[in-house]
Design a protein around this ligand. Sequence first.
Ligand SMILES: *Cc1c(COP(=O)(O)O)cnc(C)c1O
Length: 471
Amino acid sequence: MDPSEAPLGSLVCPEPGERPDLWPTAARRDRDGALMIGGARLGDLQRGFGSPSYILDRADLRGRARVWASAMAEEFWEGYGMAGGRAYYAAKALACADVVRVVTAEGMGVDAASLGELTIALCAGADPALVGLHGNNKLDGEIDLAIAAGIARVVVDSLPEVARLEAAAARRGVGVPVMVRLKTGIHAGGNEYIATSHEDQKFGVSVNDGGAMEVVRAIAASGHLRLVGLHNHIGSQIEGVGAFVAAARIVLDFRGRIAREHGIWVPEVDLGGGLGIAYSGADPVPTSPATLARALAEVVRERCVEQGSPIPRVSVEPGRSVIGPACVTVYEVGTLKDVSLEGGAVRRYVSVDGGMSDNIRPALYGAVCTATLANRASAGPWARCRVVGRHCESGDIVVRDVDLPADLRPGDLLAVPATGAYGWSMASNYNYLTKPGVLAVEDGAARWAVRPQTLEDLMDLDPGLAGRPLP
Ligand SMILES: *Cc1c(COP(=O)(O)O)cnc(C)c1O
């Protein structure tokens, strides 16, 4: 690091949104106060590549993947009497070749939940022996590709799926390794829409009403399916380890029930993803992968001793905590508008060149984000701001409440941290906006991991417009 550069949170620019753990580890301010990601100034990146863009700090992503892979490998190391552990990257958080290659090079597997994600994982070179497939309504094409590619595990989500998988496997005359996705009744997650293991939601089969055991029996009776694991994903954006540990106990107890009924100890348990990250200064410091892996190892060891059972292999499927903090979104400031509030206060509406099409989380989940001035320093004073997008909805809010420099002006750049997960992957073309690209930056050099869409890309999808010259 250039000695004139300063880590975020130091005194160069003590902005409210600059808690260091929201940002890529090596985020810096240069001597003029400009924000740097991956060794490049955001202002230079925006001039060269445009905005909005998702700026991916590749080294930061690599570090997070390594932390997950090594935490699972170490805590579940055979040398400690365990049976091995692995982390699978949940591709839905952000799937592209570069991201798949970085995380698999660090030893992670990949979890897919659609034909597209599965195809991208395999085409990017992920080892099929380290790929899983999820889905509550798998298409025939997904099942066929999973079987043809020989992936490590198809996670069965319902009883009818057993017959479909068995038929597809029989047609090809091959065995298929399957896991059963359990509903443990644990209710966790940052929002109702991302809590995925309580009874009244669509995923998995319940350990409490006989549904899960029925699926196990159907698999045992099938000719081609091999039960390799039990699976549970309790939800997303979860704080602490308590809900994960409670769910692990229920999964291990169900494993004991299978052993009593069928005389086999299922060799692996997958305890899902869901570890939360910090999006704004209001969020707690996130639990580390090492802390979660250690807590899981403890409960697995303790439960297996109590049951007198062999220790299972253990896997997890983090998405958000791998890619989320490795990306920031850069926006250019446009229109500023002061709005009088009751009681005489003023709120400044800061419009940026993106919005709910590139970050749907605030509108979808009420997610709270923050933003900071990226192209220059400011010593304040601060103004009470709301950062909004360009879409035709008043709910098109990027950051509901943030203090930004009072001298903020059109052409300034704002950076929103922790947009790597469920940003690009949930982006839409609402208002015919083109989807921003993912710009991978490392050692000061930048290239597209995914290029931005162009208007021509979108027009090509419309037979009435394809090939027309732009006006
Ligand atoms: C979404 C999902 C994950 C990843 O969740 P994160 O909160 O991004 O870690 C893992 N497993 C399954 C089955 C999922 O649906």
